[in-house]
Design a protein around this ligand. Structure first.
Ligand code: ZN
Length: 263
């Protein structure tokens, strides 16, 4: 099938609280990560950066004017960290610093079958070849760990280190609003705890911690946002042995149908 080159690569949705959701509209809904732009008084956060196939300045006003923005990777999987190289200020957890300094298909999990021809409904640029996709090196300039904060001038986000999906997975929590940006620690679908560096026992521990956190909204690494009640439901289902992706192919075919109406 002939696939054309995309005009607009990104779509943006304001979700309130100075937060904008940016999505790669031509990357399949079951794969594309949520890119969260948080506006602050003195500087902005861009929490996760997508696959990096087009400049994020096309979607995020301010980036083009060199407004200070910290690019944050909740973890170094290719769908979250691909655009990190576009930022001068690049934050992530020390346990994943080596991956983003020297990324490859294996350590960014680009080799587990998610990057396929049918992943893309249009091409990011002429001549794009999905078999050549690779995350670019983007060494971290800011190592963040449990208890560290991002101070945007008028709002503060605290880092939670929540390993399990990956060793250096982090979430960002704003106590004042109860907003939680969770990366892939939790989202409203089956959770992935069987990657090469995943640890299901650690993920259980991280989810038990989250269960105690007062939150108003979880802006997750994928799919729709949700509230505390749903968060607890997802956690309880996981802790009871459910909500786990065991096989990529069946996840892709199931998610392709299951998530379509939600978008
Ligand atoms: Zn991930």
């Amino acid at each position: 099938m002939q696939v054309s080159t995309a005009g607009n690569w990104y779509e943006t949705t304001s979700v309130g609280d100075g937060v904008t959701l940016v999505r790669e509209r031509h990357v399949a809904p079951w794969l594309r990560c949520n890119i969260w732009h948080v506006r602050g008084r003195d500087r902005d956060l861009v929490i996760d950066t997508g696959m990096g196939l087009r400049p994020l300045s096309e979607a995020i006003s301010g980036l083009a004017e060199a407004r200070p923005a910290i690019g944050v990777a909740t973890h170094m999987h290719f769908d979250h960290s691909g655009g990190l190289h576009q930022f001068e200020d690049r934050a992530g957890h020390p346990l994943e610093a080596a991956i983003i300094a020297a990324p490859n298909a294996h350590n960014t999990v680009a080799d587990i079958g998610y990057v396929r021809a049918e992943t893309f409904s249009a091409l990011p640029y002429e001549g794009f070849d999905h078999t050549q996709f690779a995350v670019r090196s983007a060494p971290l300039t800011r190592l963040v760990d449990e208890g560290d904060v991002f101070d945007l001038g008028d709002r503060v986000f605290r880092i939670l280190h929540l390993p399990g999906h990956s060793p250096g997975s982090i979430a960002l929590y704003e106590r004042e609003t109860g907003l939680l940006f969770s990366g892939d620690v939790i989202y409203d679908d089956d959770l992935l705890d069987n990657l090469y560096h995943s640890d299901p026992a650690q993920l259980e521990e991280s989810l038990r911690r989250l269960k105690e956190l007062p939150v108003s909204a979880i802006h997750a690494g994928h799919f729709v946002s949700f509230g505390q009640e749903k968060m607890i439901e997802i956690i309880d289902e996981y802790l009871a042995g459910g909500r786990r992706i065991t096989d990529t192919d069946s996840f892709v075919s199931a998610a392709g149908c299951k998530n379509a109406p939600k978008r």
